[in-house]
Design a protein. Structure first.
Length: 296
């Protein structure tokens, strides 16, 4: 399975913070925002990852992330000339996807929860259909909203409805089979001129191959697209890290747990980050001060 991180958009709701840089490069407490969605793809076992961003911001992602070798993965990069909807990612990434299945995660989304790695690996192992995730929110009118029948099976998904039928929003994490590119090409621009991912999800729903997994108690989903939500995300990460005594979304640690990098590479990474808490944590992992598992 391939992975895509969509890190485009103008980020105007975060002006003046984003007048010179992408919002996905802003810090969320102790690391760049893009580290969090990257950690999601890596926990799902995905090593071949495409970063899509604007012509202005893409070079900054390349400078930050490089080839991905230090994380045991491989990064490719693609320009999104204009933000024409989330489903556009699969058209821009057609050559990268190359007939494979594909996961898409939005670059400003953060996911956290015990056992999340198992949930992600299960979604990545699907041979047919699509899987998206529903999350209870207080303001569903801002999102694609999923409606369930009495058996908790999804029966409709509506983009930004004026009168939502439920409070379950579809999060910015999507897993699709190898039909995704061809189906994305069939999506017509919406009234606002975008290729809506809700329309793509609807195609899978109509042929009976879309599954919606709700993320309930014990899971957190944060969309950092506004000033308040960006601040709250930083506070959330700080609270979690202080409570458990270790950082989250540490890419080299995930790579080491997945046996994608060696202990020597982990030690090199720790030295590269110096005396920062991030580097100190990697040093402790290398010294076996934490119990490393593959459950993430």
């Amino acid at each position: 399975m391939k992975g895509i991180i969509l890190a485009g958009g103008s980020g105007t709701r975060l002006y003046p913070l984003t007048t010179v840089t992408s919002k996905q490069l802003l810090p969320v407490y102790d690391k760049p925002m893009v580290y969090y969605p990257l950690s999601v793809l890596m926990m799902a076992g995905i090593r071949d990852i495409l970063i899509i961003s604007t012509p202005h911001d893409l070079p900054n992602f390349e400078r930050l992330l490089g080839t991905g070798e230090q994380f045991g993965v491989h990064f490719s990069y693609k320009v999104q000339p204009s933000p024409d909807g989330l489903a556009q990612a699969f058209i821009l990434g057609e050559e990268f996807i190359d007939g494979d299945s594909c996961a898409l995660v939005l670059g400003d989304n953060i996911f956290y929860g015990n056992g999340l790695g198992r949930v992600l690996k299960e979604a990545a192992s699907l041979d047919h259909g699509a899987r998206v995730f529903g999350y209870y929110v207080d303001d569903p009118e801002r999102y694609g909203v999923v409606e369930f029948d009495e058996n908790h099976k999804a029966v409709s998904i509506v983009e930004k409805p004026e009168h939502p039928k439920t409070n379950y929003a579809v999060t910015g994490l999507y897993f699709y089979d190898n039909r995704v590119t061809e189906l994305a090409k069939q999506v017509k621009p919406s009234a606002r001129g975008e290729l809506e991912i809700t329309d793509l999800n609807q195609m899978y729903l109509e042929d009976g191959s879309l599954s919606v997994q709700t993320l309930g108690r014990g899971y957190a989903w944060l969309d950092t697209g506004t000033m308040d939500s960006l601040y709250e995300a930083g506070e959330f990460v700080r609270t979690v890290e202080r409570a458990q005594g270790m950082p989250i979304a540490v890419l080299e640690e995930i790579a080491y747990e997945n046996a994608w990098i060696s202990k020597g590479q982990l030690v090199e990474a720790a030295q590269r980050y110096g005396k920062s808490p991030y580097g100190a944590h990697l040093k402790q992992v290398a010294e076996n001060r934490y119990i490393v598992t593959n459950n993430n």
